[in-house]
Design a binder for this molecule. Structure first.
Ligand code: ADE
Ligand code: ZN
Length: 322
């Protein structure tokens, strides 16, 4: 079977980070905004390092001003995912960018995104769920407001709660209150850790936020006792190899720890994170992994199964997908 045709499940995708540069340029033009500085001469997003990437990401997000912009964005993103063979996707959504954490506005954004997801399900056969996401470097007070938005919209579309942003800003325990609120509302939990922080950052996210999945988590490889613990407890890692390589967490595909984590029976999954920023797609991730580690269809089917089992959806949805 060709890589494109393999059914794929993506658990770690930032909706704004998946916006094609041409889509963002189009919105900027419509709104007479000058954002030329975030692109290089070929029209790709341009950034120097992760912290600059966060700034460019936020600048691109400035062009997304209405629920209808997010409706269009959701369709554009799901079209790309479906073209890579993705059949189920979870996307991080941030009330910070969708109405500034105002609850009434946030509801309108969720409604628009959900309508686009329903349309994509009908037209492209791809299923989407939303994970409301705290931006860590915006601080714990905003995280609480974000949690309130999440709690108010929790249901069969908004099924998860997470944290992204600068992992080196603050400590997980500062966000425990927000995660407790989300857990009590029945939301499933994930947090970015072990991308820029080392093993202790992962331990803290697990202990203080009680998350069942970790975004990235790849720097667990620096502590094999932690790797064993992740395997034993069945903690799922949302691994984004192309993102890690583009941002310089690891120097090359062959040096990426995903194969070693897989060999040590950690539940690894594969996602793109912010695909146009990292010049990747789900099909490209699979291709590069097959090339670097001689992974065959059997490995990818196992990874898709692990991913679906870890998906933040109900059992009926899961049963319909693979
Ligand atoms: N937001 C978007 N992409 C991210 C990443 N790779 N790490 C942390 N926050 C992010
Ligand atoms: Zn991410």
């Amino acid at each position: 079977m060709t890589i494109n045709a393999l059914p794929k499940v993506e658990l770690h995708l930032h909706l704004e980070g998946a916006a094609p540069p041409g889509f963002i340029r189009g919105l900027a033009k419509e709104k007479h905004m000058d954002i030329a500085g975030i692109f290089d001469e070929r029209g790709h997003y341009a950034y120097k390092d992760f912290w600059h990437f966060l700034k460019v990401y936020e600048a691109a997000t400035e062009t997304l001003k209405t629920p209808m912009d997010y409706h269009r964005l959701t369709l554009a993103v799901l079209e790309e995912s479906a073209a890579s063979g993705v059949i189920y996707s979870e996307t991080f959504l941030s009330p910070d960018f969708c109405g500034g954490r105002d609850l009434g506005a946030w509801r309108e954004y969720v409604h628009a995104i959900r309508e686009a997801a329903d349309q994509a399900q009908r037209d492209m056969g791809i299923t989407l769920r939303g994970i409301v996401t705290v931006i860590r470097h915006f601080g714990p007070d905003k995280a609480r407001e974000t949690a309130r938005c999440a709690v108010e919209t929790a249901g069969d579309f908004i099924t998860g709660f997470g944290m992204a942003g600068d992992e080196l800003a603050g400590k997980p325990k500062h966000f425990a209150y927000a995660f407790d609120m989300a857990r009590e509302a029945g939301l499933r939990l994930t947090a970015h850790a072990g991308e820029w922080g080392g093993p202790q950052s992962i331990r803290d996210a697990l202990a203080d936020l009680k998350v069942e999945r970790i975004g990235h988590g790849v720097r667990a490889i620096e502590d094999l006792a932690l790797v064993d613990e992740l395997a034993e407890k069945g903690v799922v890692l949302e691994v984004c190899p192309g993102s890690n390589i583009a941002l310089g967490v690891f120097p090359a595909w062959r040096k990426h720890p995903i194969a070693e984590l897989f060999r040590r029976e950690v539940k690894v999954t594969v996602s793109t994170d912010d695909p146009p920023f990292f010049h990747t797609t789900m099909a490209n991730e699979y291709d590069r992994l097959a090339e670097a580690f001689e992974w065959d269809d059997g490995v990818f089917r196992k990874i898709a199964r692990t991913s679906l089992d870890a998906a933040f959806c109900d059992e009926d949805t899961r049963a319909q997908i693979l």
